[in-house]
Each structure stands twice: as structure tokens, then as C-alpha cells.
Design a protein around this ligand. Structure first.
Ligand SMILES: NC(=O)c1ccc[n+]([C@@H]2O[C@H](COP(=O)([O-])OP(=O)(O)OC[C@H]3O[C@@H](n4cnc5c(N)ncnc54)[C@H](OP(=O)(O)O)[C@@H]3O)[C@@H](O)[C@H]2O)c1
Length: 277
């Protein structure tokens, strides 16, 4: 893998923490123009069946077809779950991965997702044997056609370097929380860029309030007649980040999508890159 996949949208709509509003907000996001949906088979933070209800509503009304959407879900280890598990914990990891994805496909009423992501490695430090086992099971799911592409999330540079040393195949996507005070995850982004891995960034706004409130950023926004949030999303894209947003607000959905056409001057991009360091 490692080559840029076709049909990856330029914004992903995140469905975490929406509980009973998940179906309505997923539907609204697609009606507003989002074509990429991020979810997880982790009932603790996501209501994946609700995402499926939202999809059913837009398909029914002819807003989009399945083929026009990019659907991404995740396998989450038991320690990231509550009691509502999408697999049999007594089964081995490979079986858990297969059961988790089978349940996601049922929730989303599809025969394949576009991206299947390991929610986080089993250790915060090393790429461990358990991760290698899960990764192999994920590759088998991909080879069987149940996902087009694979990804990993919440990974450090060390995880990725160890993964590279252990496996011939790297992910198509890395999805990380993107902290401005770490140069917007510069080290991991650079690893990804060198290997044609698409870096997905989440919490671009919520993890970086000091940037959103920075006088220089506010002044760039005023100069360009856009909002500070739009400047951050536009910067992210210029830095090669595929952004996620989890907004619950229709106007913010419109603004977030419109940030794709906000063009920042090179000196503004440079200034934002190191604004919080
Ligand atoms: N892999 C992982 O472990 C992981 C972890 C966390 C998140 N994620 C994924 O990433 C998605 C997004 O999460 P997130 O942490 O980036 O975002 P989030 O927690 O959903 O929050 C985004 C925040 O930004 C605000 N916002 C969005 N657009 C705005 C705008 N244009 N102007 C002002 N405020 C705006 C939202 O408020 P309003 O609702 O009022 O707009 C909300 O408070 C999640 O839903 C999930 O899919 C993945």
C-alpha cells in the first residue's frame, strides 16, 4: 500500500460523542456536502448503528449512493471499550478483528468499508506482538474485500518505525490528535509524507485553543474575512493534513467545508506551523 488511494475526500466528518443525535447529524453532514464519514465500532464513544441510520436516510432520499461515500471505521481493543463489545472477548484477536468488522458492515449496511483503522496500538510505547497479530488480521479482511484500505490511529513515530521494521506493508492512513505545540505532529507527518501515507488530523480545534485565540491568527482571519477555525483547517490542508471535524452545528459544517477554498499566503502557513512552539 502506501500510494495515494482514489476517492479520499478532502474532509472527514467525525461521528464520536453524538449518541442519539448520531443519525440526524450524519444525515445533515452528508446533505451539507461531506462525503467522508469517520466512525468506530466502539459503543463507548460512537453509535455506529446510528451512523447507519443516517446513511439509510440519505440513500433513501437519493442524496448520494454508497459509491459516492468514503466510510471509515475502527477496530478497538477491549481496554478501549465498555461492556458493549462488538466481539467475543474469549476469541483470539484475529477473530475479534473479523467479528468487529462484520458487525460494522452490518451497522453501516454495506459489504465493504473504504478504510479500516486500528484505533490504537496495545501499548502506548511499542508496536507489540498483539498489534502485529491484529494488523495481519486486518490485512486478511482487506484481501477478502471487506475494506479497501487500512489505517492506524493514535501512533507515535516510534510505533510507526517499529511497524515498518516488522511488516512489509504500511498503512494507507495514520489518524492522530494533532497538537500545534508539537509542530502539528511534525515527526509523524514527516514519516507519513515520505511514504505517501495520508495523515488524518483530529482535534485540530479543541487541542489547539491557544492557536485559535492567538492575536496573529485572529488577524490573519480578519484579513481574509474568514473565521479562525477556517484558518486552522485551511492551514491543516496546506500542511498535508486530511482534517476531521466533529461539529454538531450546521453553519460550522458549511464553514468547515468552505475552508477548502481558503488559500493562505505562504508566510501565514509558515507562521502558523510554529505558532504554539
Ligand atoms: N482516533 C481517535 O482516537 C479519535 C479521537 C477523537 C476523535 N476522533 C475522530 O475525530 C472526530 C472529530 O473530533 P475532534 O476532536 O476533531 O472534534 P470534536 O471533538 O467533535 O469537536 C470539534 C469542536 O470544534 C467546534 N467546531 C467545529 N467547527 C467549528 C467552526 N467552524 N467554528 C467554531 N467551532 C467549530 C465544535 O463545536 P460545534 O459542535 O458547536 O460546531 C466542537 O466543539 C471525532 O468525531 C472522531 O470521529 C478520533
Amino acid at each position: 500500500m502506501g500510494t495515494e488511494p482514489p476517492h479520499t475526500p478532502d474532509f472527514l466528518y467525525g461521528t464520536a460523542w453524538k449518541e442519539e443525535r448520531t443519525a440526524g447529524l450524519t444525515e445533515l453532514a452528508i446533505r451539507t456536502g461531506f462525503r467522508g464519514i469517520d466512525t468506530a465500532n466502539q459503543r463507548r464513544h460512537y453509535f455506529e448503528a446510528g451512523v447507519g441510520e443516517g446513511l439509510a436516510a440519505v440513500y433513501r432520499d437519493g442524496v448520494v449512493t454508497r459509491g459516492q461515500l468514503f466510510l471509515q471505521t475502527k477496530y478497538t481493543y477491549q481496554r478501549g471499550q465498555d461492556h458493549r463489545l462488538p466481539y467475543d472477548v474469549s476469541a483470539g484477536l484475529a477473530v475479534q478483528v473479523a467479528q468487529s468488522l462484520a458487525s460494522s458492515l452490518e451497522h453501516l449496511a454495506t459489504d465493504h468499508v473504504d478504510s479500516f483503522v486500528l484505533h490504537g496500538p496495545s501499548s502506548g510505547y511499542d508496536w507489540a506482538d498483539a498489534d502485529a497479530e491484529v494488523w495481519e488480521a486486518m490485512r486478511n479482511e482487506r484481501d477478502a474485500g471487506r475494506t479497501r484500505l487500512l489505517g492506524v490511529s493514535n501512533v507515535s513515530l516510534r510505533h510507526l518505525e517499529q511497524m515498518e521494521a516488522a511488516h512489509a506493508e504500511l498503512p494507507a492512513f495514520v489518524q492522530n490528535r494533532c497538537f500545534a505545540d508539537l509542530g502539528w505532529d511534525r515527526e509523524v507527518r514527516s514519516f507519513c509524507k515520505d511514504r505517501n501515507i495520508i495523515y488524518q488530523g483530529f482535534s485540530l480545534l479543541t487541542a489547539n485553543l491557544e492557536v485559535l485565540q492567538h492575536p496573529a491568527l485572529i488577524s490573519f482571519a480578519q484579513r481574509l474575512n474568514v473565521t479562525p477555525a477556517q484558518v486552522v483547517f485551511s492551514f491543516a490542508r496546506a500542511a498535508g493534513i486530511l482534517p476531521l471535524t466533529g461539529t454538531s452545528d450546521r453553519d460550522h459544517m458549511v464553514q468547515d467545508l468552505a475552508s477548502a477554498s481558503v488559500k493562505l499566503p505562504p508566510e501565514v502557513i509558515l507562521a502558523i506551523e510554529s505558532m504554539a512552539e
